[in-house]
Design a protein around this ligand. Structure first.
Ligand code: SAM
Ligand code: SF4
Length: 329
């Protein structure tokens, strides 16, 4: 799949649910209205779409959400998709999780061929953790990380940087990640979906954070690139990688290799644009996959050149109206 700007689409991110056991303040409002169950693709339908993408050249799939591990029977999907790892058609199957269900699933994930996972953790302070996730308990996440490590999964921590909340404790987070041999990726807040507060109050440019971290750590630029918005450095003192995801200050679109599927079958060709196609229709209107594959081709032909992220400076509201839990980040 080559898009109109010559980029090969090899990476599919799939949100398998919009539901979550947490309510992170930058991601969701406290009283979210979730999608009706009948609109959500079944696990078999998700497998059909993913398999169609793999036939068309997708080599990496990331399962996300909402919280992917709260979807009922989600291990069935991982198990089904793992056949493409066995056949060599799929190079990597991975997930992004808040970690709360890892004590239950870490071993099974590893046994199904998942080698690396991303776990979101914005603070190590239990009180702050409760505040930022509203419903979360850090002990469960730490137990999840222990279970993942014991299972042999390589872990990358995702931390959203929020002004006045955790921007002063990132050096401590980096030290902790170094001790545990976790990579760390810092994420700028993205203006997606209405939440209960003004986004202008949360935003900190990561260039400022990098300058601050460089007072404590030796950071060396490395060419490692996942085709996405992250730029990486090596932390010389620990040997771990530190990534910066800066959608607002850095234009990463020229190397974009990915598209995103929601749990209702909507395919977004760009995280920062509203154009989308509904794959549920061809999926449910025919048992054969030809309509589905044609619609995927047509959509890739419309992948836009780049995103349009801007925080609306007048009212602090989002430019992209859907929440991150819809497309999964
Ligand atoms: N529930 C899982 C988790 O938290 O890792 C997976 C889904 S979550 C939407 C994926 C990632 O998006 C998380 O690392 C989260 O911190 C990040 N995220 C959510 N809303 C965001 C926003 N408005 N700006 C930047 N990152 C955001
Ligand atoms: Fe849930 Fe992840 Fe969003 Fe937090 S960031 S509310 S854990 S989906």
């Amino acid at each position: 799949m080559i898009d109109p700007f010559g980029r090969a689409v090899t990476y599919l991110r799939v949100s398998v649910t919009d539901r979550c056991d947490f309510r992170c303040v930058y991601c969701m409002a406290e009283d979210m209205t979730f999608l009706p169950k009948r609109d959500v693709l079944s696990l078999e339908e998700l497998d059909r779409v993913c398999s169609a993408f793999i036939r068309k050249g997708v080599q990496k799939i990331r399962i996300t959400g909402g919280e992917p591990l709260v979807r009922r029977n989600i291990m069935h999907l991982f198990k089904d998709l793992s056949r493409h790892l066995d056949s060599g058609m799929l190079k990597e199957l991975t997930l992004t999780t808040n970690g709360s269900q890892l004590p239950k699933y870490a071993n099974e994930l590893k046994n199904l061929g998942i080698n690396r996972i991303n776990v979101s953790l914005d603070t190590l302070d239990p009180t702050k953790f409760e505040k930022i996730t509203r419903w979360g308990n850090i002990e469960k996440v730490l137990a999840g990380l222990d279970a993942a490590e014991a299972a042999g999964l390589k872990i990358k921590i995702n931390t959203v940087v929020l002004k006045g909340f955790n921007d002063d404790s990132l050096s401590k987070m980096l030290a902790w990640c170094g001790q545990r041999n976790f990579d760390l990726t810092l994420i700028e807040t993205m203006p997606m979906g209405d939440i209960d507060q003004d986004r202008n109050d949360q935003y900190v440019p990561l260039s400022k954070i990098r300058r601050k971290l460089e007072k404590d750590w030796s950071l060396t630029d490395i060419p490692y690139n996942s085709g996405g918005p992250a730029r990486y450095v090596k932390v010389e003192e620990t040997g771990c990688k530190l990534g910066f995801i800066t959608p607002l200050t850095h234009n990463f679109c020229e190397s974009c290799n990915r598209v995103r599927l929601t749990c209702t079958g909507i395919l977004y060709m760009c995280l920062g644009q509203d154009d989308a196609t509904d794959l549920k229709k061809p999926l449910r209107s025919s048992e054969a996959d030809i309509l589905l594959e044609n619609q995927i081709d047509e959509a890739i032909g419309r992948k836009p050149k780049g995103h349009d992220f801007v925080i609306d400076r007048n009212n602090g509201g989002p430019v992209i109206k859907r929440h991150m839990s819809v497309t999964g980040g």
